[in-house]
Design a binder for this molecule. Structure first.
Ligand code: CP
Length: 323
């Protein structure tokens, strides 16, 4: 079972509310350093450490933010992608990771198409493994950055809670291709553990009723296939893209935007205090309209990206410097 004190960081499933809160607190403490405007305490926590980013699926936010986080903490990075590596000659993910470990790196950050691929590496390697998204399984650093973005938003609206978690009794919708989404799975585990009510909304083929059993905790999960009715109830809404790379129903249905897109008309049905999130990459004009995505009052999409640097700093620091 993963915990805040684990050597690896593979999933949010199994973390307790206090462990999640501890990760959120550490990530929040890293936020002032995420832009590099304030220097991290000397000596730099990752001085002399070399981190390998093995990304066998494409990435903009996660790969760059792990690299930036490492450098902000004084560490060095080597990057390997599927393209240009010997994966193209048939070398497996595990053999690739074992070879990189044999070069003396201090940790491996891995993204791959195999659900459970990060656990596979963690079982075989001696260095810490950090899951940067494995198939449909989990994307735990994305989960922490999403929780942090929502918690900061709740603090802005309501102020911090003195007892219980800030998420208790709050209602958060995740909309779109849930079946194929590791982002949704990590978010659901974190939110339910922290006491939120999670509404999973999308077409029946992409949001199946078994998701109501995905996570157990103080919160709850509701599955639905109609968006308009839930909008006025929400404290936050996270839109997801259709994951065509995971053969999500063979394509985007022509009426997807009309049924499930966060259009300007739908955004006007949200409460004033509701935050709008999207993990990226955004398919503008499909799951979210331009003006909604770019609305600086409600949209937290770029705030999520900054929280991503802070979150990855927190994870790297705790796994490599604080233990
Ligand atoms: N949110 C996210 O994982 O984005 P990337 O695929 O660009 O890393």
């Amino acid at each position: 079972m993963p915990s805040a004190a684990s050597r690896d960081f593979l999933a949010l499933e199994g973390l307790s509310a206090s462990e999640l809160t501890s990760w959120l607190d550490l990530a929040e403490a890293m936020l002032p350093y995420a832009f590099g405007k304030a220097p991290v305490a000397s000596p730099l926590p990752l001085a002399g450490k070399l981190i390998a980013n093995i990304f066998f699926e494409d990435s903009t936010r996660t790969r760059c933010s792990f690299e930036i986080a490492t450098k902000r903490l004084g560490g060095d990075v080597t990057n390997l992608g599927a393209s240009g590596s010997s994966a193209s000659k048939g070398e497996t993910l595990l053999d690739t990771a074992l070879n990189i470990e044999a070069m003396g790196v201090d940790a491996i950050v891995v993204r791959c198409a195999i659900s459970g691929g990060s656990q596979l590496l963690a079982n075989a390697l001696d260095v810490p493994v950090i899951n940067a998204g494995d198939g449909r399984h989990e994307h735990p650093t994305q989960g922490i950055l999403d929780l942090l973005t929502i918690r900061r938003h709740l603090h802005e609206v309501h102020g911090p809670r003195s007892g219980g978690t800030d998420f208790a009794g709050r209602t958060i919708a995740i909309v779109g291709d849930i079946v194929n989404s590791r982002v949704a799975r990590s978010a659901v585990h974190g939110l339910v553990t922290l006491g939120a009510k999670v509404l999973l909304v999308g077409p029946p083929t992409l949001v199946t009723s078994d998701f109501e059993q995905l996570a157990r905790g103080a919160g709850s999960i509701e599955v639905g296939h109609e968006l308009d009715g839930v909008l006025p109830r929400l404290d936050a809404i996270m839109m997801l893209r259709i994951q065509l790379e995971r053969a999500a129903g063979g394509g985007v249905a022509p009426d997807y935007r009309a049924q499930f897109g966060l259009t300007e008309a739908r955004a006007s049905m949200l409460p004033e205090h509701c935050a709008i999130l999207h993990p990226g990459p955004v398919n503008r004009g499909v799951e979210i309209d331009d003006r909604v995505s770019d609305d600086r009052r409600a949209s937290r999409i770029l705030t999520q990206v900054t929280a991503g640097v802070a979150t990855r700093m927190a994870v790297l620091k705790r796994l490599l410097a604080d233990q």
